[in-house]
Design a protein around this ligand. Structure first.
Ligand code: IPM
Ligand code: MG
Length: 359
């Protein structure tokens, strides 16, 4: 097969981790007889520097024309003083909206090889961590009106959080469909004791649940959920929640697995085209030093193979290669453990490639 992938290298460590991931995809292509054509789509701070805007129209077009999109990370202190409308993150939000990517999937799975890095007590870690956060991605307060005005001699800011039934329904269906293929439990997270959007959320999710009688539905307030994720993560299978709660809880969920550097994510809309990225940021403090962990991005590429390009065996091969380097004791700095060997970004990429090439 011949597939075209739009590539957003981004800022900070983005170009390094994406570079290793493209090498991994090439190794997959070689082993399985596919050709991947990469089209660069500048986005983020580097695009602000080069084109004046975080998401140039040409980049958006490249993404919309591709079979799928791979993203490193965007942002950095260099662009902190940009006005809100022209920050690197703005490009990412525009891209999500323009591609209609309403579902963001972030697995929180602990690699058994990294159990020692789990910050939770051993008796909790021993039970294993394997759940998925399904986050609504193009609604809620992220896309409501944001404004600051002067009222009675002081500034006043307003951010509007809004949801329609339809916006809730479509992401709820994704969560229930996913739970059917897993352990058949959906935990819907809201703040229905305070927010109108959450009361609507709860009602619509409960209605959607009727179409999935084999899936158990539980509701949980977001504050309690934040606590339960560290107290007893084993209770979760699929979490479904709105945009801002999902942003916060997915960072928490990734950290309890040992390293945020290991976790991929996919963002999907109606078609098969998705946006795949690691969930960590651009880590400008270690950029350009060959110290970044490329595994989150490499696993994001595996998700792309599986969910957008219909290449399940290829995805399995990438995930198996990652498992193997970990079992062989290779670690990047963020997951380094006593008795293991420290690898830079390039070496980690090369070692994963060599394990894919092996039949
Ligand atoms: C994420 C990030 C983004 C978000 C930022 C960069 C706008 O934190 O993908 O979780 O808040 O959605
Ligand atoms: Mg986030």
């Amino acid at each position: 097969m011949n597939k075209t992938i739009a590539v957003i290298r981004g800022d900070g460590i983005g170009p390094e981790i994406v570079g290793e991931t493209l090498r991994v995809l090439d190794a997959v292509g070689e082993r399985f007889g596919h050709t991947f054509t990469y089209r660069d789509a500048p986005m983020g701070g580097n695009a602000i520097d080069a084109f004046g805007v975080p998401l140039p129209p040409e980049s958006l077009e490249t993404c919309l024309k591709a079979d799928s999109v791979l993203l490193g990370a965007v942002g950095g202190p260099k662009w902190d003083s940009q006005p809100a409308e022209n920050r690197p993150e703005r490009g990412l939000l525009q891209l999500r909206a323009a591609m209609g990517l309403y579902t963001n999937i972030r697995p929180a799975r602990m690699f058994p090889q990294l159990a020692d890095a789990c910050p939770l007590r051993p008796e909790i870690a021993e039970k294993g961590i394997d759940f998925v956060v399904v986050r609504e991605l193009i609604g809620g307060v992220y896309f409501g009106e944001h404004r600051t005005e002067t009222a009675e001699g002081q500034q006043k800011s307003v951010d509007i959080m809004a949801y329609t039934e339809q916006e809730i329904r479509r992401v709820a269906h994704v969560a229930f469909g996913m739970a059917q293929k897993r352990r058949k439990r959906v935990t819907s997270i809201d703040k229905a004791n305070v927010l109108a959007t959450s009361r609507l959320w709860r009602r619509v999710v409960t209605e959607v649940a009727e179409a999935y009688p084999d899936v158990e539905l539980l509701h949980m307030y977001v504050d309690n959920a934040a606590m339960q994720i560290v107290r007893d993560p084993g209770q979760f299978d699929v979490i479904v929640t709105e945009n801002l709660f999902g942003d916060i809880l997915s960072d928490e969920a990734s950290q309890i697995t040992g390293s945020i550097g290991m976790i991929p994510s996919s963002s999907m809309g109606e078609g098969s085209r998705g946006l795949y990225e690691p969930i960590h940021g651009s880590a400008p403090d270690i950029a350009g030093q060959d110290r970044a962990n490329p595994i989150g991005t490499i696993l994001a590429a595996a998700m792309m193979l599986r969910y957008s390009l219909d290449m399940a065996a290829e995805a399995d091969a990438v995930e198996a290669a990652v498992q193997q380097v970990l079992s062989d004791g290779l670690r990047c700095g963020d997951i380094m453990q006593p008795g293991c060997r420290l690898a830079g970004c390039r070496e980690m990429g090369a070692q994963i490639c060599s394990r894919i090439a092996k039949k």
